[in-house]
Structure formats: C-alpha cells, structure tokens
Design a protein around this ligand. Sequence first.
Ligand code: EPZ
Length: 420
Amino acid sequence: MDKFTIHKSTLSGEVCVSGSKNAALPIIAATILTDEDCILHNVPDLMDIRTMVKILEGLGKQINFENGTMVIKATKKCGYVAPYRLVRTMRASFCVLGPLLARRRKAKVSLPGGCVIGVRPVDLHIKGLKLLNADIKIERGYCVADGKNMRGSHLYLGGQFGSSVLATDNIMMAATLIDGETIIEYAACEPEVESLGLFLQKMGADITGQGSPLLRIRGVKKLGGCEFDIIPDRIEAGTFLAASLATNSPLVIKGANPFHLTSAIEIVKEMGAEVHIDNARSIKVSPRGSLKPVNITTLPYPGFPTDLQAQFMICLCFAKGISLITEKIYPDRFMHVAELNRMGAGIQRSGPYAIIEGKEKLYGAEVMASDLRASAALVIAGMAAEDKTEVFRVYHIDRGYEHIEEKLRKLGAKIKREKQ
Ligand code: EPZ
C-alpha cells in the first residue's frame, strides 16, 4: 500500500480537472442497453473506472480504454451477473441492474454493502424497479431480478435523505426499453444524472426533464451506439477550491464548469476569498489571507455537495471563529474528524453535526485515509499544516482523483508517493 509524504506548501498556477468519475460510471453501465459501439471521451483513468470495465467485460462487452477514450463493443456473450468480488469494491457497480433488466430482462447483481461513510442502502433502487413490475428477490447477498413483465409506471423516488443519484440512474436506464411511459418524481438533479440522461437521449431514448426533479421516459424498441464527452469533475474542481483556501494560495482551475459548483463557490466567497469566473470553463480563486467562519449544510444538488464536506472542513479549521457543518446526506461521514484533531484541529462531532473552532495552525502527523473524499481532505490538511504529514492507505484517493500528486506537484506542493 502506498503513502503520501507531504510538507507545508503554498500553491500557484493553473490546474486542469479530469472527466467526472461519477458521470462516467453510469454512462459506461448504460452501454449495456445497446449492442452497437459506444465511444466515450474524457474518461478519467481511475481504479473505480477500471472496476466498472471489469464488470462490463464479465457481462460480455469488449472494451478498449486508452488516453481518456473508451471504445465499448458488444460480443456474442450476454452475461447478466455482477459478482460480489467486484461490486463490494465499488458500490456504483449496482447501477448495472437497471440496464441489465431493460436489455436482458434478467440480472443477478451483488448487493453493494456499506462503507465507512454510511450504511449505503439500495431500498430506493429496489422499490423503483418493483414499481416497474420487475420481480426482485434477495438471495445470498445478491439481488436476483426478472424483468420479463416490466412496464412503465409513475413513481416517487424520494427517500429519508432526499433524492438518490444512483437510484435515479437505475430507474431511468431501466425505463428506456420497457413498454409504456415512466414518470420519476423527486429524481436526483446532479449534473452527472443530467449527463446520463443526455447520453441515453443520444442513444435514441425518449427522455425529457434531464437535470430536473421530474423525469419522463417513454420506452422505445431499441437503442443505438453513440459518441459522447464526459463532463468535467465538479468534485475534483471543488477539492482544488478547498486546497486554495486552506493553503492561502491563488489558483486557476481550468476545465471545470463553474455553474456545476455554485453552492461551493458561494461558500468560498462567504469565507472571504475572491472568485472570478471567466468563460464557462475556468474558475480563478484568490484567497485574501484570513478566512471567515461559515455554516455548511450538505444537501442534494444544487445544495452543497456531501462529497466536498471533508475538504471544506479543512478550510474551516483555519477560519477565525466557530463554524458548523451539518451532514444531511451521510450523517456518519466524519471519519476525517479524528485524524484532523490529531493534527491539532478543534472539532467536536455530535451526530450529523460537526462544530469547528478555528485555530492558528495545524501540525503534521501520521494520518489514515478512510474514504475517497476524506483522503483528499487529509492531503489538503498536510499541505496546510506545519512540518511533515504522512497519509497512509492512499489507494482510497486513487479511486477518484486522476494523477493527483502530479497535479499538486505542478502547483508547487511538496508531496511524494512512497511504497509503504
Ligand atoms: C452518489 O452515490 C455518488 N456516487 C456519491 O459519491 C455521492 O456522495 C452521493 O451520490 C450523494 O451525492 C456516485 O455517483 C458513483 P445517493 P449514491 O443514493 O447514488 C440514501 C464519491 O465520493 N439512500 O444519492 O450511492 C443514502 O444512504 C461518492 O464519489 C437510501 O436511503 O448516493 C444517502 O443518505 C461517495 N436508499 C442518500 O440517500 C437508497 O436506495 C443519498 O445517496 C439509496 C440511497
């Protein structure tokens, strides 16, 4: 397992964000819906992407992936099983269920299980597919589904935490090839869900409402192949916004769509930094010394993204005053708090709340990464803290950030990857 050795750093210059992991994963799954060739551009080379490739190869796809371009072709093999050994390493694999049911009318997909950020249930996925008249049983940790009698329906997909990204993806994909009209109320509006809807439309699906909480899908007989560009990763862009504030470094973040990050940019401005958006593909952030405390509540899009909560917590550790973070999506997503307090932060956690008392400094330490976004937060903390920080188990970060240490080193960060 690798570790990162990081020293206090100031950053400067321009950084280009990669394609969005969370946009690419469901789109790769959606290619199950056709036997024609699909060509995807700007696909990030990440562990999670490679896992999804393995799952699709197991289902009969032939995939060539190089220099950000993925060519996905069908073979004669028509598998329908997504095995536990792969699904347990990446829960997004569960979004092959919908397209398998639509295209092959049967599926056996391992339940994903939980992870450190929460229980991660899939009840909304199963409820939605059952409302489309899929016959679903849970057998030995697998979701075993029969889709031969599926038909469109009007369904409400909201849960106790609001909308669900991957449940919306699963139901939207399932509805494209079954008879009848499907209306999804309380659909997720994330840009990654919208881009899946646009991809399906390009394949020939009859979908309206992409990016809104109300989706209308009319089943068609067949979907074709197409060519598609993956949108930029708004969470990677937001991670660099946090790095800029935490290290008091001006940055230009290129390739990002600022309009996918309005909530985070608002917080950056509230904390006292200047943000300048020139054209729709770059964000210039200029911290102005001390940071003001703010309150952040994570919400479904367009609210503040839970995937930026840990990164922005680092910035609040340096704010002059008391800040409050309310985690409304994953109330247990605070594994990073204990590690930050070991670096001298003053954070108190109570249920879905974290109260952060700003400090002058954080101090380097040996810290453990726990999940993808918390790992990114610890890297930012290492660049902002005094002395040396060692972040262990960086395989977490490799799941979602393409060439992260190269990008940071180009900005002036003192970061080195070492075999542990
Ligand atoms: C997606 O996960 C993202 N993953 C997550 O990013 C992100 O944190 C999450 O959306 C929220 O924005 C991908 O897109 C691959 P949800 P997803 O269903 O779809 C509850 C990262 O770091 N829920 O929108 O699994 C759930 O527990 C990852 O890239 C149910 O109760 O999340 C959570 O509290 C981490 N029942 C809330 O809904 C269900 O059936 C939102 O989860 C499904 C979800």
